[in-house]
Design a protein. Structure first.
Lengths: 309, 275
């Protein structure tokens, strides 16, 4: 458990003693501060872990991993700022990446908000349409006849291929982005929901019929709950590909958002901003997927998780 | 568990309302079904059976003789190809709360708790509010106390069967069909559940049709046993079992009934198919 403390101290010592040579007169500000903050956070975690056995197990389990991460970051620091082995502007030092966000806080705030709004709109529309077509196709053979070919033709095409057409068809680039993201959710959701409903255990449906359940009651109280594991698999897939759709639509169509900011910073050669943006994406996507799995564990108390995250 | 959960909220209301005598009449029932390869299988041929009042009628016969097919017709999941099947002089046209079924694999809904499973039929037919007082009572009668909020994968096979049994009784049926309900249980649990079925029947006065492979189970539970021929299923014979309850599984009378039933079954399997 003390391993990460050692790693942070090594990183702090190395970055403090080695001179900054590339660029020569660079003054580190955020990275040493970041290391100190992390040290404080980790010490606080350790102190709490003394009293919370569950946290202690976690801390012990991940101690090697956390230590390795800090040593890798320090390695990057050495390879960039301390020796100049990796070249600017493509490989910025940890300090440059860390300072990108606080020094451009306004740009990050507006672009992040724009990204999240776009993602939220697309995801909500994708969920609503996905559930609607999925339920309809699962229940009605006629709906399945008409929608299934559409699903099979549109669904597997990656968002990138749709983008030019979406931009032409939709009144605004924003709506084109919403369209791409919602398709990314709609396709796996409607496909897996409809097939799960159609393959509901016949014996369960018959048990419900014997107890006098009507067809709509069976759809919502037998077929739909039985499909919940598949729904969450579909949401996991859909959410992952919707992140892709978000970045693509921002880079090519929409004029605000982190994806657009990445593109913009690349053109100016400010790669530290790119790295910082990617870092933000990593954190946000990780949190969103985690939220999804937490929701699933709550909904599916009756079943052990199939896909582990 | 919530406090006061086991206090019966409506002690004055009956758990089982006995509503006179009921009669199931099946006459000349013939049924075919399509197997997995799409071939038509002749399952039942000119099969007749009458079940009236609170009796337990067993149906035994070789595998695939159409026993389960017959139960599906009785609860209204299928309609017969020929012949007629009626309950209280009314042609059976579909499922009804008056005829319930306990399935071979219990068939509980794993996303519902034990008590929600028992309540399913009430909710589906919008009679939950007036009948929910039955659920804690059935839970207690079936010995499921403390497991009301457990999910089916968390409870044992015996409890799963008890839950399925409680579920079949909650809508106050006049007739319950059992499709090999205890075949997956170990011998001890099965014996306990058999007594449970007899106890429930003594209180509820329901008619019961029990499809089983287990000759001892048939002799232990049934008032009479119908033996069927191999596919297509026809009536091979009938044996009345007039031993008093509780029956002693090793008494000479019990063993004699078992022997007679076995002999009838042997006769049915050794007969050339279609004879």
């Amino acid at each position: 458990m003390l391993l990460p403390v050692g790693a942070i101290c090594i990183a702090y010592g190395v970055t403090g003693t080695l001179p900054n040579v590339y660029p020569a007169d660079y003054v580190e500000g955020y990275y040493p501060l970041f290391l100190l903050v992390m040290l404080g956070v980790y010490l606080a975690v350790m102190a709490t872990a003394c009293f919370v056995p569950k946290l202690r197990r976690y801390a012990v389990h991940y101690a090697y991993l956390v230590a390795a991460v800090f040593l890798l970051v320090e390695l990057l620091d050495v390879l960039t700022l301390k020796t100049g082995y990796l070249l600017l502007p493509f490989a910025p030092s940890p300090d440059r990446i860390l300072e990108a966000v606080p020094k451009n806080i306004e740009a990050y705030a507006t672009n992040l908000t724009a990204s999240m709004m776009l993602l939220a709109e697309g995801v909500v529309i994708g969920l609503v349409t996905g559930f609607a077509t999925g339920l309809l196709m699962g229940w009605s053979k006629i709906a399945n006849y008409w929608f299934a070919p559409l699903l099979k033709v549109i669904g597997p095409v990656p968002s990138a291929a749709w983008l030019p057409i979406a931009v032409v068809l939709m009144p605004s680039a924003h709506l084109a982005g919403v369209f791409l993201i919602s398709v990314a959710i709609w396709f796996p959701l409607s496909l897996m929901l409809s097939s799960a409903i159609r393959s509901t255990d016949k014996r369960k449906i018959e048990a419900a019929r014997v107890m006098g359940a009507s067809e709509p009651y069976i759809l919502f109280h037998v077929a739909l709950p039985a499909a919940v594991p598949d729904i969450f698999t579909a949401l996991f897939m859909g959410l992952s590909s919707s992140f892709g759709a978000l970045i693509i639509s921002e880079q090519l169509g929409v004029k605000a958002g982190l994806g657009w900011y990445i593109n913009w910073a690349t053109q100016w050669g400010e790669y530290y901003k790119v790295f910082a943006s990617v870092g933000i994406f990593i954190i946000i996507f990780y949190l969103l997927i985690n939220v999804l799995f937490k929701v699933r564990d709550r909904v599916m108390t009756w079943q052990k998780s199939v896909v582990r995250w | 568990m919530r406090k006061g959960k086991h206090i019966d909220p409506r002690p004055e209301l009956p758990l089982f309302a006995s509503s006179g005598s009921h009669e199931l009449v099946a006459e000349g029932v013939t049924q075919t079904f399509l197997d997995e390869g799409g071939n038509e299988v002749w399952a039942l041929d000119d099969f007749s059976l009458t079940v009236s009042g609170p009796e337990i009628v067993g149906i035994i016969g070789p595998s695939g003789c159409g026993k389960s097919t017959f139960l599906r017709l009785v609860v209204g999941l299928d309609e017969p190809l020929a012949g007629s099947i009626s309950f209280d002089s009314e042609n059976i046209a579909g499922p009804s709360a008056s005829r319930s079924m306990v399935f071979q694999n219990a068939n509980l809904f794993e996303w519902l708790t034990v008590e929600e499973n028992i309540a399913f039929g009430l909710r589906a037919t919008r009679t939950y509010d007036e009948c929910k007082y039955k659920i804690p009572r059935l839970v207690r009668m079936m010995g499921l106390d403390g497991f009301e909020r457990s999910y089916p994968p968390q409870i044992s096979g015996g409890m799963t069967s008890r839950c399925a049994l409680a579920r079949s009784f909650v809508q106050n049926p006049a007739l319950i069909c059992f499709d090999e309900p205890l075949s997956a249980l170990d011998a001890f649990t099965r014996a306990a559940l058999q007594d449970e079925i007899l106890a429930m029947q003594a209180i509820a006065h329901t008619s019961m049709i029990l499809v089983t492979h287990d000759i001892e189970e048939a002799v232990y539970l049934c008032d009479r046993v119908v033996v069927m021929t191999p596919r297509p299923g026809r009536l091979q014979g009938e044996l009345v079992i007039d031993l008093p309850h509780p029956r002693d599984r090793v008494s000479p009378e019990f063993v004699e009934k078992r022997r007679q039933l076995l002999a009838m079954l042997d006769g049915s399997t050794s007969a050339p198919p279609g004879a």
